[in-house]
Design a binder for this molecule. Sequence first.
Ligand SMILES: NC(=O)C1=CN([C@@H]2O[C@H](COP(=O)(O)OP(=O)(O)OC[C@H]3O[C@@H](n4cnc5c(N)ncnc54)[C@H](O)[C@@H]3O)[C@@H](O)[C@H]2O)[C@@H](O)CC1
Ligand SMILES: [K+]
Length: 505
Amino acid sequence: MKIFTTENIRHIDRVTIDDEGVSSMELIHRVAEGVVNEILSRWRPSKPTMVFAGAGNNGADALIVAKLLIEAGFNPHVVLINVKGDSLSRDCRMAREELMRMGNVSMTEIVHTAHIPPLTPDHLVIDGLFGTGLRNPLEGGYMAMARYINESGATVVSIDVPSGMFGDWNTRVLARNVVHADLTIAVQFPRLAFFLSDNAELVGRWKTVDIGLSRKAIEETTTKYYLIEKDDVCRVLKRRPDFCSKADFGHALLFAGCYGMMGAAVMAARGALRAGVGKLTVHSPRCGFGVIQNSVPEALFLPDREENVISDMTPRFNYTAIGAGPGIGTNDATKGALETLIKTIKRPMVLDADALNIIARNPALIDHLTPGSILTPHSVEFDRIFGSQASAETRLLKALEVAHKYKLIIVLKGRYSATVRPDGKVFFNSTGSSAMATPGSGDVLTGIITALLAQGYKSETAATAGVYIHGLAGDIAAAEEGEYGTTAGDIAAATGKAIKSILGA
Ligand SMILES: NC(=O)C1=CN([C@@H]2O[C@H](COP(=O)(O)OP(=O)(O)OC[C@H]3O[C@@H](n4cnc5c(N)ncnc54)[C@H](O)[C@@H]3O)[C@@H](O)[C@H]2O)[C@@H](O)CC1
Ligand SMILES: [K+]
């Protein structure tokens, strides 16, 4: 699914209205119906409700929500901001008239001074102060109103975006000056800002309401941001031909494990095998022999000459893909071996965990990475290499810069892992949950991506599909084991089921 910028959405709105003859008021009604359906599925009409409406079309949405709530038996109080009595947009004026025709509407219209009725923790707030028309961070009375709502402890449903938050970038915005929503109901598309962890406390849970915007405009409008969903992955995953052998699905090499961290090698190996690699070799220190042969007997074991750490990463064979990093530690011998590997191998590799920590100690190595290499850092690993970032937003921007500069694919792991490509495109992942915040989970991902690379998928595809498969495997495992009990082993074990469910019957 495309994730559009605010500017894109305004354009799609305009095309829908101008070319498809749908009136702006009709769209507002569709938004309001969607919002009210969500409210009715959660709260009873006896819930004390206050609707905050701004002067633009976000306010118009809110006024029609108020009208539909009254029809559903609620008794909302409406607070409408109409500075100097003449600031309402045309649609907001029409929505106000439509609401007032209900008769007996309980309303405070703020024209000169703000006197807001008391708001209690028991209240439900419908936040329609500002949507995509916000030009600057909130100030003065608007800022005070956002803080008043936040401090009340009321439950907040925001229409389109939490008021005061921009749909795209929020570097200039202070969280305390934005309405904190428990639920955000976005018009047709989720916004870029929803996928950045900085904004999680502002957005709350989010949903979208489909208002039937022009399909043609949606198709024709280009964007750099996408949400990866099942169909996207199904389209790129190849089905196996009837006549095939393991030789058709590549031979992957994993440099993984050291004394005390052999589990990481096991997890990566299991992920790779469940992701369909034809042949797998695990290169670990000698101490890992029994561990790998017992836990992953399907893999070949290649012992390092060292007992406890990897000291040599010279591939002895023309492997179709190499993954390095899980559990290797940052011992000097391992560091030297990885440096040689990076400088000599001329094909894209997957680098994770301690491989990233080693690069962080010698950032000049980045220059030697073959274009198309895939780095899979979580935020701390990313910052160790590329410098400390103040927010998820600046981290994403930095990832875009370095992905472009060094022609790398960077998977920023998190709730919505973002795969950042050299061409400036960002793919947010839609699968996975907090159940995956468990040791070894990232090692499984390294194995899956390496396996896809080994099977001939391009780096870009291997990364985005790998992240989606990994998250789905996490969801399948969590359905059985729950958010506390899911282990990396469960995620690895569910990887094959995830691919099966993507490919369908
Ligand atoms: N055709 C449309 O335009 C549709 C719009 N929709 C809704 O309308 C919203 C967009 O409506 P608008 O473009 O009217 O914009 P908004 O309703 O978000 O806000 C515009 C108003 O806010 C004022 N404003 C902007 N920044 C301000 C600031 N920092 N401090 C104080 N005042 C400020 C503007 O002067 C204007 O009065 C969407 O978010 C969505 O909720 C939906 O109903 C779907 C269709
Ligand atoms: K809003």
